[in-house]
Design a binder for this molecule. Structure first.
Ligand SMILES: C[S@@+](CC[C@H](N)C(=O)[O-])C[C@H]1O[C@@H](n2cnc3c(N)ncnc32)[C@H](O)[C@@H]1O
Length: 500
């Protein structure tokens, strides 16, 4: 049985190391765009080692060491994966564009699309979701990789929507571009799975006279009882503050968009790959439609959110060992130390996120505030009874420390924050064993959760080895970190597609 796989890491490494040639039926990707939009200024100061990871957060690219290496790889055709056309294209574009942000983005995409081409089956399709600022360049890259090896450009799909801000001096930009390519002409396309109603009185058109045809063409325009194949422009509501499926992830795509792509270009049991999977829309839809899937994301918050989404939508069994593997996370102490020591100048290190989210069973909210937070890296909420036996949510705080030595004052500091925040319990999560802190922590006694009758230490010190051994916290909660994903079944399908 094929296991579903979620990888935490840079998709270029993961594709190269873990995804076999011709093993994927359909690949959809929605990479960060090159729109010079910056999600968050705090991610601007990119360090060397984690440039790919930091890049994941910003929509703007810089020509740096990673870009230079990528460029050299393409020009020297490392591992023989690049076509002559893609090498000439990147060399030519460097003349035209210069070595700047746009070329850095195109180099990164060329490296990854070459791998995606390699892993696609001959019947496979590739959908690249982008925006009009880079779609024309990406089309050149795709042509150079696909068309030069027997593949083909099949569609430019326009996903049109409305809502959000509007400029005064331009037409409002309200569409994304999805480029669809096939690896060969044997590409899967399940027309009958995605038909939509004609907006016409079908009875009137039953007479062949009314069908119409182009001069010189013998194509049939007879209406199909099941409806028409949709046009290449799709009107689908985007995720907004009112959307039922909204998880609070900034670039979340609607399930109905992915549903159409997956139904059209794959069959039950096929393998779907999303190498930039974000909050896991492709994966959730693939699971619902009984496909196998491979997801890759470079940030632990995404990985954690995907696991939570899957569990809430399909139940715990979807993450059981015989059907699912999670790769790329620390498995032993040395790799936990390596993650903790990674140079990473964002506010919260990936190590801290991994630690807090894993220990809280993906229920905590990562604290993205810099300073003034008393060293708190994450917060969760647990359900309890108040004095009047009414249900209320109590705060649980997490503080991660990766130093080799810690003095008992860190416990006192944490106790001070618990007090100030009126929090029920606090966890000090340490990389190294800290037996000297247990005595200090014990001074703060216990906390009794009346709702579930569970006694917690008011402050508990948990070391990373315990998490590696499978320890997670018991957190009674109904309100989740992000809005609970709707429980998904085949019959509970969202349908926000508005055809004209
Ligand atoms: C636009 S979002 C995808 C949103 C997704 N389609 C959804 O509906 O949730 C892009 C994602 O790509 C991830 N990412 C960026 N660079 C990456 C890389 N080199 N390898 C793997 N993931 C990457 C980011 O962390 C982010 O989660």
């Amino acid at each position: 049985m094929t296991k579903n796989k979620l990888y935490y890491g840079d998709n270029l490494d993961v594709l190269r190391k873990h995804v076999k040639d011709e093993s994927v039926d359909l690949c959809y990707i929605d990479p960060p765009f090159n729109s010079k939009r910056n999600y968050n200024q705090i991610y601007n100061n990119i360090g060397k080692e984690d440039a790919a990871q930091a890049q994941a957060f910003v929509d703007t690219w810089t020509w740096n060491m990673i870009a230079n290496e990528g460029y050299d790889e393409i020009i020297s055709n490392k591992n023989g994966v690049f076509t002559a056309q893609s090498i000439s294209l990147i060399a030519g574009l460097s003349q035209v564009l210069g070595k700047g942000s746009l070329l850095a983005y195109l180099v990164s995409m060329t490296q990854r699309i070459a791998e995606i081409y390699r892993v696609l089956k001959p019947t496979g399709a590739f959908y690249l979701h982008c925006d009009p600022t880079a779609s024309h360049y990406l089309k050149l890259v795709l042509d150079a990789i696909f068309c030069s090896q027997g593949g083909d450009f099949r569609n430019e799909i326009i996903w049109a929507y409305s809502g959000g801000g509007r400029p005064n001096e331009d037409f409002a930009r309200k569409h994304d571009v999805i480029l669809r390519y096939s690896k060969t002409d044997k590409v899967v396309f399940n027309a009958d799975e995605i038909r939509v109603p004609y907006n016409l009185d079908i009875e009137k058109y039953k007479s062949p006279k009314a069908w119409g045809s182009h001069k010189g063409s013998d194509k049939s325009y007879a209406p199909n009882e099941l409806g028409k194949i949709p046009e290449d422009w799709w009107l689908i509501s985007p995720i907004n503050s009112q959307s039922k499926e909204r998880l609070g992830y900034p670039t979340q795509k609607p399930e109905s968009l992915l549903e159409r792509i997956i139904k059209a270009s794959s069959n039950e049991g096929d393998v779907i790959l999303d190498a930039y999977c974000g909050c896991g829309t492709t994966i959730a839809v693939a699971e619902r439609l009984k496909r196998n899937w491979i997801g890759i994301d470079i940030t632990y918050q995404s990985v954690s959110l995907i696991m939570k989404r899957l569990e809430e939508s399909f139940g715990k069994s979807v993450l059981e060992k015989d059907v699912f593997t999670l790769s790329g996370i620390p498995q032993d102490f040395d790799s936990a130390v390596a993650l903790a020591n990674k140079q990473d100048d964002r506010v919260r290190k990936e190590f801290e996120k991994w630690f807090v989210l894993t220990y809280s069973n993906n229920r905590a909210i990562i604290n993205d505030k810099k300073g003034g937070d008393g060293g708190i890296d994450g917060t969760a909420f647990m359900l309890d009874f108040d004095e009047q036996n009414k249900q209320e949510l109590k705060k649980v705080l997490f503080s991660v420390k990766s130093s080799k030595k810690l003095s008992p004052s860190v416990i006192r500091d944490l106790a001070g924050v618990l007090d100030r925040e009126n929090a029920a319990i606090g966890y000090l999560l340490t990389l190294y064993p800290m037996p000297n802190l247990a005595k200090e922590a014990a001074k703060y006694g216990t906390y009794q959760n009346k709702l579930v009758g569970h006694t917690y230490s008011k402050i508990e010190v948990v070391e990373v080895q315990q998490i590696l051994d499978g320890k997670t916290m018991y957190l009674p909660t109904t309100i989740q970190v992000v809005k609970k994903a709707e429980r998904k079944t085949q019959d509970n399908v969202t349908n926000d597609i508005f055809e004209s």
